[in-house]
Design a protein around this ligand. Structure first.
Ligand SMILES: [Zn+2]
Length: 410
């Protein structure tokens, strides 16, 4: 049976969302956590935007040195030859790209205002795709923006053209979050039946169904005998009402009656890493995790009302579909309530050494310590919030790469 793989797009769709953003260091930490969680691919951002270039190249270096082990680091750009060329000029070592162009009549008319026909759209995608492959891309996904409002026959033509010209996947974008589970299942099944080409589901939550439509779409692809890829974001952060949530998607694939253990999810996925990544993303984005968030919200395993508390105490299966431990919760956490030494933007050597000693990291001399301290000062300035233990460790482990990540020259 074919498999479902996860492609997380927090570092592209999540960060392009209105009024929320991430530092380049935080994006890097998310890539490390996603890789550790077994996610197949991270859409790391925009290799065509200047302020992303050092970050993208630094993350490609992290993969080279083994700090990111198996996850694809993929850049997103428009399906336009110039964009692809610029992406490779900025980031020559990038190996994975997704290229995007609008396919619906309403967008072709509304965005291009008569300057582009359907044939132009197809040709632009094909030209960009061939350019990407010629410049060294190992995999390219071709994205149909607004696919859910595009005639299915056109999507077949688009996917087929991608397949014939060397693409690796077709991304079906429910850009406006307009699909429902049954419609998307039928459409994806039809497209996959005809094209026999792997499908990526990219769904938004404007109707509150992002996970449902992603999963039923993926099921349609699997039943047609092709692999499916689901685009997720951590905590569902994304444009407007958000994207398909990473943790909910994994939980549904493991525990829902219809899908649980019946569909092959990429075996590298480690659900136990959910708690850590959800909390870090919340911290880095400055957005609290909603109390009722699936799996990772404060109330996900809380019981108070008489009948529920009694039932949960007698047997937790009475009121819990899965366990806190399944999502990496349940460990007690130490929180300093008295004196604490921190290090950061204006920190000095003694405090810095004390903090790192507690992390189990020791420097051979003051010279080496000062070098890392200076980076820590810049990193703290860059993130504008206290550095986490993992961030501090990362700075000490990969100082030269961190220097690149922190270098932003307008
Ligand atoms: Zn999107």
């Amino acid at each position: 049976m074919k498999k479902i793989y996860l492609i997380d797009v927090t570092n592209r769709d999540g960060v392009q969302t209105s009024r929320i953003l991430l530092s380049k260091l935080a994006k890097t930490m998310l890539n490390i956590y996603l890789d550790d969680m077994g996610v197949f691919q991270s859409e790391v951002g925009f290799p065509t935007i200047r302020h992303e270039v050092n970050y993208v190249n630094a993350n490609l270096e992290l993969a080279e040195v083994g700090a990111i082990k198996r996850m694809h680091l993929e850049g997103w750009c428009r399906a336009v030859k110039d964009d692809v060329e610029l992406a490779f000029k900025n980031c020559p070592k990038i190996k994975h790209l997704n290229i995007s162009i609008s396919t619906s009549k309403i967008m072709i008319q509304g965005k291009f205002q008569g300057r582009k026909t359907w044939k132009d759209v197809l040709n632009s995608m094909i030209e960009a795709l061939k350019t990407a492959k010629a410049l060294g891309a190992e995999t390219v996904g071709v994205n149909a923006e607004d696919a859910s409002r595009t005639d299915v026959e056109r999507l077949i033509e688009f996917a087929q053209a991608g397949k014939e010209n060397g693409a690796d996947r077709f991304r079906y974008c429910d850009t406006l979050g307009a699909d429902d589970p049954i419609t998307i299942y039928q459409r994806i099944k039809h497209i996959a039946d005809v094209t026999k080409f792997p499908v990526e589901m990219h769904c938004h939550n404007d109707l509150g169904m992002a996970e449902a439509v992603s999963l039923t779409g993926a099921q349609g692809a699997i039943e047609s005998g092709v692999d499916a890829y689901i685009n997720t974001t951590i905590n569902g952060y994304g444009e407007r009402a958000g994207n398909c949530d990473l943790v909910s998607t994994i939980l549904a694939l493991k525990f829902s009656h219809g899908l649980g253990n019946k569909i092959n999810l990429d075996e590298h996925i480690d659900l136990k890493k959910s708690w850590r990544i959800a909390r870090y993303a919340s911290y880095a984005f400055n957005l609290p995790i909603p109390i009722g968030q699936v799996g990772v919200g404060a109330n996900a395993f809380a019981h108070e009302s008489g009948i529920h508390a009694d039932g949960a105490l007698k047997d937790r299966r009475n009121y819990e579909l899965y366990d806190p431990e399944d999502v990496g919760r349940g460990e007690p956490e130490l929180c300093e309530t008295g004196r604490i030494i921190t290090t950061g933007e204006y920190g000095g050597l003694k405090g810095f050494i004390h903090v790192y000693d507690k992390l189990g990291i020791h420097f051979k001399d003051d010279k080496e310590a000062r070098k890392i301290l200076e980076l820590v000062q810049y990193a703290n300035l860059h993130t504008q919030k206290p550095l986490t233990d993992d961030e501090l460790k990362f700075v000490a482990e990969h100082p030269e790469i961190v220097r690149k990540i922190l270098t932003l020259t307008p």
